[in-house]
Design a protein around this ligand. Structure first.
Ligand SMILES: Nc1nc(O)c(N)c(N[C@@H]2O[C@H](COP(=O)(O)O)[C@@H](O)[C@H]2O)n1
Ligand SMILES: [Zn+2]
Length: 353
């Protein structure tokens, strides 16, 4: 199953709205076929693995991190392909939450006499596809809030200087994280203040869509994000905002989309309709607080550098949530701490809305 996950990860960032899936065919204790799902519209992982195994699939065991499908979507059902290939056993990482599948693939295999074992390495399988699972269950992409702060909770100095809070290894981890996401979102303030690139800087193959939320388009006419040679940018704004600036962006290949209302919740609906599974919020505190308040954030990744910068006016990672007492605090679930060189990373999930 871990090999399935390795295969699936080869195309991390490329498969949305579909999941990341790898499959392995084992006969007499040896791997005789492997495959992964390259992206929506392409055959599923099981089909590639069966093709790779050829006749050796007969009587073999197939491992796959997601339940084989049993529906005609963009491609025909894998359950039928597995039965036709004559496999003896299928080992499944997790049941597919997609209501079109959800147990039906397993039932079809069992009805045809195929032995099925489910829930193998399930936690890792769920983690790999947490974006897909959330998308399917809640009809919104999975939102991740990432920030980097000092030990005293500042994301910049009081003058706004923020390069760099964390060490090189942490910044590379963030670039890999971007590569695994469909989009990375910031607000207009971050463009004005930091002029970021928001690319993967060569960490991973996939470049996420770079997104700026700006109500009035009071943005610089020259910015790294307006260079669309290596990565696409979309600016989300209010209906009718600053037509001259919209024209300037269009000329540079930047897509402009008008949304009403321009809120994190509406943005997540827009990106669901665009087929996205995972969206990264790399914004400042005000937008981060709005995104949390509107349920657009499911997971938090807080990178912490053991430095103290001080400053009463130095900004923190999350603005006003309207809480007055400590018992209103949002407690992260399944919180974990990781060490990245001299920095620390705390991850966890926000309570469900
Ligand atoms: N088990 C499995 N292996 C794959 O490689 C997959 N891509 C999936 N996806 C499931 O089928 C749905 C997509 O179907 P189409 O690609 O449109 O035919 C997807 O939503 C998953 O439920 N499953
Ligand atoms: Zn399938």
């Amino acid at each position: 199953m871990q090999r399935c996950l390795q295969l699936a990860r080869l195309v991390v960032g490329y498969t949305s709205p579909n999941p990341l899936v790898g499959a392995v065919v084992v006969k007499d204790g040896k791997i005789v076929g492997e495959g992964f799902h390259p992206g929506a519209g392409e055959p599923h992982a099981e089909v590639f693995a069966l093709r790779d195994a050829g006749e050796q699939a007969r009587g073999a065991t197939v491992y796959v991190n997601l339940e084989p499908c049993n529906h005609y979507g963009r491609t025909p059902p894998c359950s039928e392909a597995l039965i036709k290939a004559g496999v003896a056993k299928v080992v499944v990482g997790m049941v597919d939450p997609n209501p079109l599948v959800s147990g039906r693939g397993i039932a079809k295999l069992q009805a045809a006499g195929v032995d099925v074992l489910t829930g193998v390495e399930e936690a890792d399988c769920r983690l790999l596809n947490e974006g897909f699972i959330h998308r399917v269950l809640y009809h919104k992409p999975f939102g991740i809030l990432k920030y980097a702060m000092t030990l005293d909770g500042k994301i910049a100095t009081s003058s706004g200087h923020s390069t760099w809070v964390t060490n090189d290894a942490t910044r590379q981890a963030v670039h890999r994280l971007r590569s695994a996401c469909d989009a990375v979102i910031i607000g207009g303030n971050t463009v004005r203040q930091d002029n970021p690139h928001l690319t993967n800087h060569g960490q991973g193959n996939h470049s996420p869509l770079r997104v700026v939320m700006s109500r009035h388009l009071n943005l610089p006419s020259s910015a790294n994000l307006w260079n669309t040679d290596n990565a696409q940018t979309v600016v989300l704004t209010k209906v009718g905002a600053n037509p001259e600036f919209q024209a300037l962006l269009y000329r540079q290949g930047v897509e402009v989309v008008e949304l009403e209302p321009l809120t994190p919740n509406q943005v997540m609906t827009y990106f669901y309709n665009r087929g996205f599974c995972k969206v990264l919020w790399e914004c400042g505190g005000i937008l981060a607080a709005n995104a949390i308040a509107q349920g657009a954030v499911q997971k938090v990744l807080a990178f912490i550098a053991p430095k103290i910068i001080g400053g009463v006016k130095a900004p923190g990672p999350v603005g006003n949530l309207g809480f007055a007492t400590m018992n209103e605090a949002l407690s992260l679930q399944c919180a974990e701490m990781h060490v990245i060189g001299s920095d620390f990373l705390i991850t966890g999930y926000l309570p469900k809305h």
